[in-house]
Design a protein around this ligand. Structure first.
Ligand code: NAP
Length: 412
């Protein structure tokens, strides 16, 4: 691949992809984007922790710096250069810091653009509790979810027209004249597509994850009681993919009761479904009963933030955007410009996004080491301002927190 302004490192090897599986060398080249605002603080902190972890497990990550956001604009005159997209395509994995999306017309979110161009169709967020982190719920240790949110469709597909525009009026007339549906003329119109293809590939990824990681259930969360042919179909297609492609590994919740008297057989994952509003209660009242969740885009957006809040919020919430044989790992939080460059914010979310990246590479041991070391650090009272303001302790900066995590990794 020819690049305009960046040069891949000479050492290190490329991650491959064959028959649906990543082929990961012991010294993979991994591109990273520092991003805007506090990305400049948290990404270097995460690299430090990931390097120490790789060393601990006898591997090496060869980092390849690529650019997006303000940095890219300075270097290329473009916020999202082709070099960056091509490097992620070629090397398959990237660790990313947050990017600022200026408010106002004409500027599309760089994050959404990256997801669409690279077809990163699943937003995957693990939500688990780290001991010591302040939480608003009584038993945060019961939260251990992995949320698979569809990333390309639903009302987020961006198909909408302003009230009074020719397009909106044309559609309103079409709906009235051709389909007998009356919509007020002063309406803006948005369209909510949910396809069999996108639903099945998302649920397939969620079930495969559940199988590979010994999870107990996959819950399809939807609003199918109201939106039957989009949200309801999401549920039906989800059950279909389980039955058609994973019959040896899955049973439905109905079968759990009708055939197994409520006792989950060893090696079988229970596929269940819940209506979204009920599910928001259930994650709080019956938290331990939920495990892997698969949701359409909008429900998934709400659910992943609500769940993250239960275990300590933005500073500690990791995330990823995954496609077939490709993944971009990034914290849930944004670029928090007011804290930019102050060595102040919590790098945990970026560090744990790195842990998630290691899991995706098949380096589960490394991922567990990171989680443990972060937990040890917080439990020993070494915390950044966000946690300090709730529970006090030894207040440190971003870099010092990461250094403490590295020390703990080395001590494990
Ligand atoms: P934000 O950057 O996530 O920050 C909101 C607040 O969350 C901060 O003021 C801070 O709270 C807390 N916070 C965020 N990261 C933290 C960390 N690492 N440690 C401790 N606390 C942290 O949200 P925003 O201000 O709405 O968005 C800023 C920009 O980021 C926008 O341009 C937005 O579009 C963009 N964004 C990008 C991504 C992405 O790149 N994936 C995601 C979301 C938003 P306190 O003020 O209470 O200390």
């Amino acid at each position: 691949m020819a690049y305009e302004k960046i040069k891949p490192p000479e050492e290190g090897e490329k991650i491959g992809y064959e028959e649906g599986k990543l082929i990961v060398p012991d010294n993979p080249i991994i591109p990273y984007i520092e991003g805007d605002g506090i990305g400049k603080d948290v990404v270097p902190a995460a690299l430090m922790v990931l390097n120490a972890t790789a060393e601990k497990i006898g591997k090496e990550i060869v980092w390849f710096r690529i650019y997006a956001g303000e940095d890219a604009n300075k270097l290329y005159g473009n916020y999202l250069p082709d070099d960056t997209l091509n490097a992620i395509k070629e090397f398959r994995i990237a660790l990313k810091g947050p990017l600022t999306t200026p408010v106002g017309g004409g500027f599309r979110s760089l994050n959404v653009t990256i997801r669409q161009i690279l077809d990163l169709y699943a937003n995957v967020r693990p939500v688990y509790y780290l001991k010591g982190v302040p939480s608003p719920v009584k038993k945060p240790e019961n939260v251990n979810l992995v949320i698979f949110r569809e990333n390309t469709e639903d009302v987020y597909a961006g198909i909408e027209w302003r009230m009074g525009s020719n397009e909106a009026l044309k559609l309103i007339r079409f709906l009235r004249d051709e389909l007998g549906v009356n919509i007020r003329e002063d309406s803006g119109i948005g369209i909510k597509p949910i396809s069999e293809f996108a639903t099945k590939r998302l649920v397939r990824l969620a079930i495969r994850y559940a199988i590979q990681n010994g999870r107990k259930s996959v819950t399809l969360v939807h609003k199918g009681n109201i939106m039957k042919y989009t949200e309801g179909a999401f549920r039906d297609w989800g059950y279909e993919v389980a039955k058609q492609e994973f019959a040896d590994y899955t049973i439905t919740e109905d079968e759990l009761w009708s055939k197994y008297d409520g006792r989950q057989p060893e090696g079988k994952i229970v596929i269940k479904d819940r209506i979204a509003d009920n599910m928001f209660q259930q994650i709080q009242t019956r938290t331990a009963e939920y495990d892997v969740l698969a949701l359409p885009n909008l429900n998934g957006d709400y659910m992943s933030d609500a769940a993250a809040a239960m275990v300590g919020g933005l500073g500690v919430a990791p995330g990823s955007n995954i496609g077939d044989g490709i993944g971009v790992f990034e914290p849930v939080h944004g670029s928090a410009p007011k804290y930019s460059g102050q060595n102040k914010v919590n790098p945990t979310a970026e560090i744990l996004s790195g842990a998630l990246m290691l899991e995706f590479l098949g380096w589960k041991e490394g991922s567990e080491i990171i989680k443990k070391a972060v937990e040890m650090t917080i439990q020993s009272g070494i915390v950044t301002y966000d946690i300090h303001r709730h529970i006090g302790g030894n207040l440190v900066g971003t870099k010092e927190f990461a250094m403490a995590v590295v020390e703990n990794i080395q001590s494990l």
